[in-house]
Design a protein around this ligand. Structure first.
Ligand code: PGA
Length: 251
């Protein structure tokens, strides 16, 4: 039987502290070996308590990110880096600007790559992950469509980094931040399901009742390309970090 492990915490802050301690241990143990730690990162509201805790570990406990290389899951197509809603901006504002990470070690897909260059850009992103040694760790949230990254319903398990059309549900969820649906990009570049599943360790975070039904479907339902998070059931080293609300419908 396939299974995926989950842990339920009293609060998202408690869960974030636990996961940040695990990631800090990875970073420190790699540093002790003179090696890099390769982290796959995510955007959205969900990771914010985790990022706050990483910043605290850096500022108050001396955790260095000097040996960390990051790859973000995705980026909207059509946004300049300095657009207020680009994931580049989000990651710098909420994490990178507060750490000692080398700018060259930060990787996100481009939001402005020309149509004719998208395929090569995506292939280069996959190559860069491989050349860094592969993803030691991948952080995930989950969308109401069950997406991980922007792997919307219909994304295949063997999909890799590519251009995707955003689901209407995903665009509607993003509309308030963009000041209306018309301003939300229609396309994005995302790591594929196979890219994500190649990570040695995966943590999916979800908070609140609104995520309970999709979390239940992803953990307890059939493995299906209609819910890309369901592929995590076959990964072997994935843990869901949930608060009580997000776990409330689990058997
Ligand atoms: P959220 O988004 O963290 O803002 O809920 C999650 C996602 O869409 O993956």
């Amino acid at each position: 039987m396939n299974s995926v492990s989950f842990r339920v915490f009293d609060s998202s802050d408690d869960a974030a502290r636990e996961l940040a301690a695990e990631v800090a241990e990875l970073i420190r143990s790699r540093a002790a070996e003179g090696r890099n730690a390769v982290l796959g990162l995510a955007t959205g509201n969900t990771p914010l308590p985790f990022y706050r805790e990483l910043i605290r570990l850096h500022q108050e406990e001396g955790l260095s990110f000097g040996n960390v290389i990051t790859f973000n899951l995705d980026e909207y197509l059509g946004l300049e880096r300095d657009h207020p809603e680009s994931y580049w901006t989000f990651m710098h504002r909420n994490l990178f600007d507060h750490l000692d990470i080398a700018p060259d070690n930060v990787n996100l897909p481009s939001g402005t790559v020309a149509d004719s260059e998208v395929a090569a850009h995506c292939a280069a992103y996959e190559d860069a992950i491989r050349e860094a040694g592969g993803l030691d760790f991948q952080l995930l949230g989950i969308g109401r469509t069950g997406h991980i990254g922007f792997n919307e319903p219909g994304s295949e398990k063997n999909s890799i980094t590519r251009r995707v059309h955003l689901d209407p549900v995903t665009r509607a969820d993003a509309a308030p931040a963009f000041g209306g649906l018309d301003n939300v990009p229609t396309y994005a570049i995302t790591m594929g399901c196979a890219t994500i599943l190649s990570a040695k360790r995966i943590a999916l975070l979800a908070w609140g009742d609104k995520k309970a039904s999709i979390v239940k479907a992803a953990i307890e339902g059939p493995i299906t390309d209609q819910i890309s998070a369901s592929f995590l059931q076959e990964h072997g080293n994935t843990t869901y970090f949930l608060d009580r609300g997000a776990a409330s419908l689990l058997a």
